[in-house]
Ligand binder design. Sequence first.
Ligand code: ADP
Ligand code: ZN
Length: 204
Amino acid sequence: MNFAKGNLGWIEVICGPMFSGKSEELIRRLRRAEIARQRVQIFKPAIDQRFAEDHIVSHSALKIRSASVKDAAELEAALDLRTEVIGIDESQFLGNGLVDLVVRLADLGKRIIIAGLDTDYLGRPFHPVPDLLAVADEITKTLAICMQCGNPAKHTQRLVVSDELIVVGAGGMYEARCRRCFEPNLARETAPTSTRASNGTGAP
Ligand code: ADP
Ligand code: ZN
């Protein structure tokens, strides 16, 4: 895609499980936009304060400054009209209003780069990411390494027992698993407690 021609807006989505390099890839693209002296604004959900309040931080410790917002309305209110490139991390926590907003922004000529989990701890589509994929111009699906067998991993395995959709955490609470090693029932309160979940992983 040639971004030099006119002000054609564009939606890029980077999706995959935890630890698959979504934040790294988002940071890489945003840094290049900054090097090209484009006006960049970067957002993440206020719910995600794992590593820092004012930065997106990857599991490999890359970071870039960001503003925290609770939903699409807050994100829109914080936007500077002159901004050319908008980066959004952990989009699965920002609600369905994000879909309409990014379409409107792309129609206005903005480049939007969004990262997010495509599936939840049970392997189900994690909204609004599937809807963002539908409106995207370009999609990158990233894979992690399965922590059980070393194969490419598309799932996020929750290691602590909870039926809550959102349990914010990283190492120790989640790990990447391939399709074969993924065990959604490990995280369910209805399932028998496994030794893994009750041993040193912070399970209640
Ligand atoms: P995401 O945003 O998808 O959660 P990050 O960009 O934050 O991913 O982190 C990716 C980095 O995480 C990798 O470059 C690697 O250093 C580290 N990492 C830790 N566990 C794994 C794993 N199981 N598979 C791949 N990378 C992993
Ligand atoms: Zn595996």
